[in-house]
Design a protein around this ligand. Structure first.
Ligand code: ATP
Length: 300
């Protein structure tokens, strides 16, 4: 199963602080940790742990973080020939402050992620040709997302788009997406319909924009799957949630591999729900992504 993930790489710098500082305030007494992040990287790691042959197309900076994160991807079994090390730019950084109640405040310096261009995608044509599934998100320039999806469709590939972070998207782009995987906020942003409305209306609206299948993730409630034939909610397994960071990323990475393994859509969604539910029982983004055997044992 060849999965090509196109997206962002970040280093998350996390300060656990007594309270979030106001403008101009310095808060001391915090503890620091560093983690690998970025929606693209999280999804690539989740797909690789699921047993996919993953090629990741991304940009990092020519700094020590860039070198370190490429080595990390290689340890995760990800093919990194198309993780481009860009000159004179920093690797993407997310500065995250979390207070004692778990409320966070995040600033992202996208750095090298802003450099991922259609030219980079062209360099990776060969791996796109060999892909079973192409998976993207929106933490890289939209022009690159549009170019990559156009190219993948010309090659007859199945395209999965996780439209995160939330933003409006042109219909011309959405009509080329095979499976769109928004969370509730992203679905609201794409349709302009408040979620208090019936979910079916939101789903049908997204289908009317030309997407073939829509999977709206609903946190602990699982997800809602709709296409032109049917619509149904698929509950997530009940777990004790500790940290939901990157649950959506684990869902998308697992779904991509499950579909490439020729599971039906509904089987693949069950698998993705289980993987994402397992991930919320552990702390961290990438560390919490389960491997295939863990998911299979959990579903027994
Ligand atoms: P994040 O931004 O934290 O990555 P998200 O908002 O993109 O998440 P969610 O809809 O919150 O995505 O969750 C994605 C999937 O994770 C859900 O569809 C579900 O399968 C699983 N999930 C999330 N929270 C829970 C939970 N508390 N219990 C079980 N499963 C969960």
């Amino acid at each position: 199963m060849n999965i090509v993930v196109i997206g962002s790489t970040n280093i998350d710098m996390i300060a656990q602080v007594p309270h979030l500082p106001q403008a101009g305030e310095t808060v001391i007494g915090g503890t620091f940790s560093q983690a690998y992040g970025g929606k693209g990287a999280n999804q690539a790691v989740a797909a690789s742990r699921m047993g996919g042959q993953v090629t990741f197309i991304s940009c990092v900076g020519d700094d020590t973080f860039g070198t370190e994160v490429i080595q990390h991807f290689q340890k995760e079994g990800i093919y990194t020939d198309f993780v481009f090390k860009e000159k004179n730019v920093a690797t993407g950084i997310a500065l995250i402050m979390v207070d004692e109640k778990g409320t966070n405040s995040i600033a992202v310096a996208s750095g090298a992620n802003e450099r991922l261009s259609p030219q980079h995608i062209d360099q990776a044509r060969q791996v796109l040709e060999e892909a079973d599934i192409v998976l993207l998100q929106l933490e890289i320039p939209l022009a690159t997302v549009i170019y990559a999806i156009d190219l993948a469709k010309q090659m007859g590939k199945k395209v999965l788009l996780n439209p995160a972070p939330a933003q409006r998207l042109p219909k011309s782009l959405l009509s080329k997406v095979d499976i769109l995987i928004p969370n509730e906020i992203e679905a609201e942003m794409l349709t302009g319909i408040r979620f208090e409305e019936e979910i079916k209306i939101v789903g049908e609206n997204l289908l009317s924009l030309g997407v073939e299948t829509v999977i709206i993730t609903l946190g602990e409630k699982g997800c809602y799957v709709i296409d032109s034939q049917s619509a149904r909610q698929i509950p997530a397994p009940q777990v004790k949630a500790i940290d939901t960071t990157a649950a959506g990323d684990v869902f998308c990475g697992t779904l991509a591999v499950s579909l490439a393994e020729q599971r039906t859509l509904i089987e693949a969604v069950h698998f993705a729900n289980a993987a994402a539910a397992l991930s919320v029982t552990k702390v961290g983004a990438q560390p919490s992504a389960p491997c295939k055997s863990e998911i299979e044992n959990f579903l027994k």
